[in-house]
Design a protein around this ligand. Structure first.
Ligand SMILES: [Zn+2]
Ligand SMILES: [Zn+2]
Ligand SMILES: [Zn+2]
Length: 256
């Protein structure tokens, strides 16, 4: 089985939002506490992170994560990469550099944002040891996990979604090109960006996400990258069968 752990399900601000007293942000339901977006994908002993959120350390501790074989990046926005320094611990545990996959724009941005990790200036103190690798299309194999990178649009920015067997992770998307729609057929599980109720220039809102699910017809769908507009239980109550909001710590198993 393929196991997916939702390490974080929040939008870039996280939930609770700093200084906000809304019902979601003040909720005592832990499912309304959302760290920044990331998942862990495990299959046949392989353990792969999708993105390194600013809360990676806390997410790894909460999930009992002891090993990461590779990181797949969707894009280089702050909420998806700012925890990259935390992979030092996996360098120490495992030895060697950690393979980090992304499209050419993402890898260039990682080199710029984390410049200290790639130049021999810092004396003492740890630096993450990273091996940047270009994505291989149409698919490549990571320790037995088949990874299929897919192009999706995040506003005007082309970014990467990933299909793993019968599951797909599509975060930070506002439009799916036709060739990607064709690659997202026959899914058991679709994980999809559904930011909020109001429209947004670079993310699907709830209504658009529901339209995408209807079009792709996966067996089930989980929404992520959620802002505080979407209170967990009351939003779930209005969603059709087979579609739910994800939450931090949720683990799902799907046929590979
Ligand atoms: Zn709020
Ligand atoms: Zn983004
Ligand atoms: Zn984001």
């Amino acid at each position: 089985m393929l196991k997916i752990t939702f390490l974080g399900t929040g939008t870039s601000h996280g939930v609770p939002v700093i200084g906000c007293d809304c019902p979601t942000c003040t909720s005592t339901d832990p499912r309304n506490h959302r760290t920044r977006c990331s998942i862990l994908v495990e299959q046949n002993g392989a353990s792969v992170l999708v993105d390194t959120s600013p809360e990676l350390r806390l997410q790894a501790i909460r999930a009992g994560l002891k090993r990461v074989d590779a990181v797949l990046f969707t894009h280089a926005h702050a909420d998806h990469v700012f925890g990259l320094d935390d992979v030092r611990r996996f360098n120490d545990l495992q030895g060697g550099a950690l393979p980090c996959y992304g499209d050419s724009t993402t890898l260039r941005e990682l080199r710029r944002i984390f410049r200290y990790a790639f130049v021999p200036t810092q004396v003492g103190g740890g630096k993450p040891r990273l091996e940047l690798r270009r994505l291989v299309r149409p698919s490549f194999n990571l320790h037995g996990l088949e990874v299929r990178p897919l192009r999706v649009m995040h506003g005007q920015l082309p970014i990467t979604a990933y299909r793993f067997g019968k599951s797909a992770y599509v975060t930070d998307a506002s439009f799916l090109p036709e060739e990607t729609v064709a690659q997202l057929q026959g899914l058991d599980l679709l994980i999809l960006d559904a930011l909020r109720r109001r429209p947004h220039a670079t993310h699907f809102n709830l209504e658009q996400a529901l339209e995408v699910v209807e079009r792709l017809a996966p067996r089930r769908a989980l929404f992520t990258h959620l802002c505080h507009d979407l209170e967990h239980e009351s939003t779930n109550a209005e969603l059709p069968d087979g579609i739910r909001l994800a939450y931090d710590g949720l683990v799902v198993e799907v046929a590979p």
